[in-house]
Design a protein around this ligand. Structure first.
Ligand code: DGL
Length: 254
């Protein structure tokens, strides 16, 4: 059996790493929708349609479970995906509002996400049910996922962009920042440097990997086979960068 990890691009590699750390035997197909990246610039309906196609491609490869390693796709499309594919275990990722709210001492937390995630009703509900008494500042961060996908993690322009989004959160008293986009996990060091030692950074990748290991039957029992796919292989260089070694990326058949 195998599990599919899907994202608009390289962001899901952060989840993949955590998954293989706890289930090294997992057979994984990583599917990236580079032809549709960034999802942050797309409408919810468009993202849902692309996710449906990507999930079908994953099932065509033999996946018996799907990890939607993309906060944006989870926020706007995971419900539709679950109704479309009843019986397929589907695990999504959401901004880690609950652990962030549990950590704050100032009573203010920041959430960094794409614009569609930030304005989604799913995240509004998350805040309502898991952050009582805490002021939650959810910030859409246009441009950040593109910078990560382009390999510009250490570029001064990227640092300036992070500063622009994080600065107001710090000024408002946030002492915890939740990473609400899997691409931003690759900017954790930049965010931490800008935020300073008194601000905690919370990422949900490990929790999602743990959940996947419990809900996808037989996930840990494979031979550790890893395959890479993209809807635009010409734009898939970031996968090797994120993974840390060369990878051979095949086109998604859809
Ligand atoms: N990695 C995605 C997320 O977690 C989306 C980035 C994008 O395509 O804008 O939200």
């Amino acid at each position: 059996m195998s599990v599919a990890v899907i994202d608009s691009g390289l962001g899901g590699v952060a989840v993949l790493r955590e998954l293989l750390a706890i289930a090294p035997g997992a057979n994984v197909d990583y599917l990236a929708d580079h032809a549709g990246h960034p999802y942050g610039n797309r409408s919810p309906a468009d993202i849902a349609a692309r996710m449906a196609r990507l999930a079908d491609a994953a099932l065509g490869l033999g996946a018996s479970g799907i990890i939607v390693a993309c906060n944006t796709a989870t926020a706007v499309a995971v419900d539709a995906l679950r109704s479309r594919l009843p019986g397929v275990p589907i695990v999504g990722i959401e901004p880690p509002v609950k652990p962030a709210a549990a950590l704050t001492r100032t009573g203010v937390i920041g959430v960094l996400a794409t614009a569609p995630t930030a304005s989604s009703s799913r995240v509004a509900r998350l805040v309502e049910s898991h952050a009582e008494g805490v002021r939650v500042l959810v910030t859409g961060c246009p441009g950040l996922a593109d910078a990560v996908e382009a390999g510009a993690i250490e570029a001064p322009a990227t640092t300036a962009l992070v500063r622009r989004y994080v600065g107001p959160l710090l000024a408002a008293g946030a002492d915890v920042l939740a990473i609400g986009c899997t691409h931003y996990a690759f900017l954790a060091d930049t965010i931490a440097t800008i935020a300073g030692a008194d601000v905690a950074i919370v990422d949900g990748s490990a929790a999602v990997a743990r959940r996947a290991a419990t809900v996808v039957p037989g996930l840990a029992e494979g031979a550790g086979r890893l395959r890479w796919y993209s809807s635009d292989v010409r734009a898939a260089d970031g996968l090797a960068r994120a993974w840390g070694e060369p990878v051979s990326v095949r086109p998604v058949a859809w």
